[in-house]
Write a protein that binds this ligand. Structure first.
Ligand SMILES: C[S@@+](CC[C@H](N)C(=O)[O-])C[C@H]1O[C@@H](n2cnc3c(N)ncnc32)[C@H](O)[C@@H]1O
Length: 323
C-alpha cells in the first residue's frame, strides 16, 4: 500500500489470471477473444480520453450534459454520502461535477485497472478538493466489493458510481454477479448511480465506434501492440483491421480485430504461435445498449430497485439511481 497523507493506493493481492494467461486462453479459444479491460494500459487510457472528445462519440457528451444539468438534484439524492466508490473511475472528469456539489468531508474510492491513471487522477482531485481523502484501489472492479467491505465503516452513507456505460462491457450474468457483490457490502440508505447508454438507431450507434479519424481503431489495435510490447508478440498491425457493428438482437455493439490475410503470429513470451485465417476475428469488446426493462432485470435479480432516472435532452443516455 502506498500512502501520502490524504492519498492511499491499495493493489489487489489476487487478481486471478493475469495478462499473459488471459491472452493465451483467449487466442487459443475456438472463437478468439481478448477481455476489454486490457485496452487500458497507459496508451490505451490516453486513446480512450481522445475518444471522449470525438464528434461521433456522443456517450461522454450526453452523460456530461446530464450530470451537469441535474448535478444538484443527483447530489441531493445521494443523501449524506461520506464514502463515494467509483468503479472504472478513469480520469474522473465527470465525477467532478458531483464532487462540486457534495458538501462536507468525503472519502473517494476510485477503482481502476490502470494504476498510473489512479495516481494521476487521485493527486489532481486532492488539489482541487481540500476536504477529500482518496483511497484508491488498483483492482478489477469485479473483485472490488471485498476490498470495500474490509475498509473501516464510513461516518455516513456510501454511494457507488458506475459511469460511462462501462456496465455495457459486461454480459448480463457478469453484471448481475457484480451487483450481487455490491449489494452484499451496502447498507440500507446506500445508493448506486449507474450511467447507461440507451438503445437508439444504428445510424447513431455505429459511427460512434467507427470514427473518421481512426482513434477507436487505434484504441482497438493497441491491444496487439500491447501484446508486442509486453509479451514479445510479433503482430504486424497493418495485417489487422478494426471492425465495429451493432447487433440489434443482442442489443450490443461488438468490436473485433479482423485478420486481413492468412497468417501465423509468434508470441515469444508465451512460446505460442497463433494462426489466423483470412477474415477471422478476435472479439475485443461488447457494449450493450439498454432500456429500463434491461436495467431493471440486471439489477433487480441482485436485489436493487430503480428509485429514479435522469436523461439527457436527446434521451440517449440515462443515469439510474438504484437503492
Ligand atoms: C469506458 S472507460 C470509462 C471511464 C470513466 N468512468 C468515464 O465515464 O469516462 C472504462 C474505465 O474502466 C476501467 N476498467 C475497465 N475494465 C475494468 C475492470 N475490469 N476493472 C477495473 N477497471 C476497469 C478502465 O481502465 C477505464 O478507466
Amino acid at each position: 500500500m502506498a500512502e501520502t497523507g490524504r492519498f492511499t493506493l491499495r493493489r489487489s493481492p489476487d487478481e486471478g489470471p493475469g495478462f499473459a494467461e488471459d491472452i493465451r486462453a483467449g487466442l487459443t479459444a475456438v472463437r478468439k477473444v481478448i477481455p476489454p479491460r486490457y485496452f487500458y494500459d497507459e496508451l490505451g487510457s490516453a486513446l480512450f480520453d481522445a475518444i471522449c472528445r470525438l464528434p461521433e462519440y456522443y456517450v461522454t457528451r450526453a452523460e456530461n450534459e446530464l450530470l451537469g444539468g441535474y448535478r444538484r438534484e443527483i447530489a441531493a439524492a445521494l443523501g449524506g454520502v461520506r464514502r463515494l466508490v467509483e468503479l472504472g473511475s478513469g480520469s474522473a472528469r465527470k465525477t467532478r461535477l458531483l464532487l462540486d456539489e457534495l458538501a462536507g468531508p468525503l472519502e473517494y474510492v476510485p477503482v481502476d485497472v490502470d494504476v498510473s491513471m489512479l495516481q494521476r487522477t487521485g493527486h489532481e482531485l486532492l488539489v482541487q478538493y481540500p476536504s477529500l481523502t482518496v483511497s484508491a484501489l488498483s483492482y478489477d472492479f469485479r473483485r472490488a466489493a471485498r476490498a470495500v467491505r474490509s475498509m473501516a465503516a464510513p461516518s455516513g452513507s456510501t454511494s457507488v458510481l458506475f459511469l460511462g456505460s462501462t456496465i455495457g462491457n459486461l454480459d448480463a450474468d457478469e453484471a448481475t454477479a457484480l451487483f450481487r457483490d455490491l449489494r452484499a457490502v451496502l447498507n440500507p440508505g446506500d445508493t448506486v448511480l449507474l450511467g447507461a447508454d440507451l438503445r437508439k438507431p444504428k445510424a447513431i450507434l455505429e459511427p460512434a465506434y467507427n470514427d473518421a479519424l481512426g482513434v477507436t481503431a487505434a484504441f482497438n489495435l493497441n491491444l496487439l501492440q500491447r501484446i508486442n510490447r509486453e509479451l514479445g508478440g510479433q503482430f504486424d498491425l497493418r495485417s489487422f483491421a478494426h471492425r465495429a457493428f451493432f447487433d440489434d438482437n443482442l442489443s450490443r455493439i461488438e468490436m473485433h480485430l479482423v485478420s486481413l490475410r492468412e497468417q501465423t503470429v509468434r508470441i515469444e513470451g508465451l512460446g505460442l504461435e497463433v494462426s489466423f485465417t483470412e477474415g477471422e476475428t478476435i472479439h475485443t469488446e461488447n457494449s450493450y445498449k439498454y432500456d429500463d426493462e434491461m436495467i431493471g432485470a440486471l439489477t433487480g435479480k441482485a436485489g436493487f430497485r430503480i428509485e429514479k432516472k435522469w436523461m439527457d435532452t436527446k434521451g440517449w443516455f440515462a443515469e439510474y439511481l438504484l437503492v
